[in-house]
Design a binder for this molecule. Structure first.
Ligand code: SME
Length: 166
């Protein structure tokens, strides 16, 4: 059993995200339980990546997203598909990076400290499983390297689940 201990400085983002992906892959290896793997993925990201105040999951139930395992302050439980950043990313099935949440109409402020956000849809084929949501107290926290690195971590989580197809 490997545990993620490092808190990377992310001066070399591509390298550090690759190392973090290796650690997460080890953490998820051999386990297919969705809640357990979501919890460890959220903890891995929150504790290893600097400058975050929330990292976690919402899973789709019908026409809404319901809060899953996360790290950070308590959050709103249900988000309609299409609402907020999470609901928009889910409905449009694309990653949304919001450099300044104050400029995103309809942003749902679960933690008033959040200033920027990235939401990655979790897709199995065209089916929306849920979203991975990551918030920062810093404006413009997530660049293209963060997006690529975090999408890779989301893909590792998805593929760890029973029925994962990659
Ligand atoms: N800000 C999100 C809501 C979820 S919290 O940030 C954890 C949104 O606008 O969808």
């Amino acid at each position: 059993m490997s545990h993620v201990g490092a808190r990377y400085d992310f001066q070399h983002k591509a390298r550090d995200y690759q190392q973090l992906a290796n650690e997460l892959a080890g953490l998820l290896a051999g386990e297919r339980d969705c809640i357990a793997n979501a919890a460890n993925t959220a903890s891995c990201i929150y504790n290893a990546v600097p400058g975050l105040n929330w990292a976690g999951f919402y899973f789709r139930q019908g026409g809404e997203l319901v809060l899953g395992p996360f790290q950070g302050r308590p959050a709103c439980v249900r988000i309609a598909l299409g609402a907020g950043v999470c609901g928009r990313a889910g409905a449009e099935r694309r990653t949304i990076v919001v450099p300044d949440v104050a400029q995103f109409p309809g942003h749902i402020a679960c933690d008033v400290a959040s200033r920027s956000e990235i939401v990655i849809p979790l897709l199995r084929g065209t089916e929306l499983v849920g979203v991975l949501d990551i918030d920062s107290p810093d404006v413009d926290r997530f660049d293209a390297d963060d997006r690529v690195g975090l999408e890779r971590l989301a893909a590792l989580f998805l593929s760890s689940l029973a029925g994962g197809d990659d």
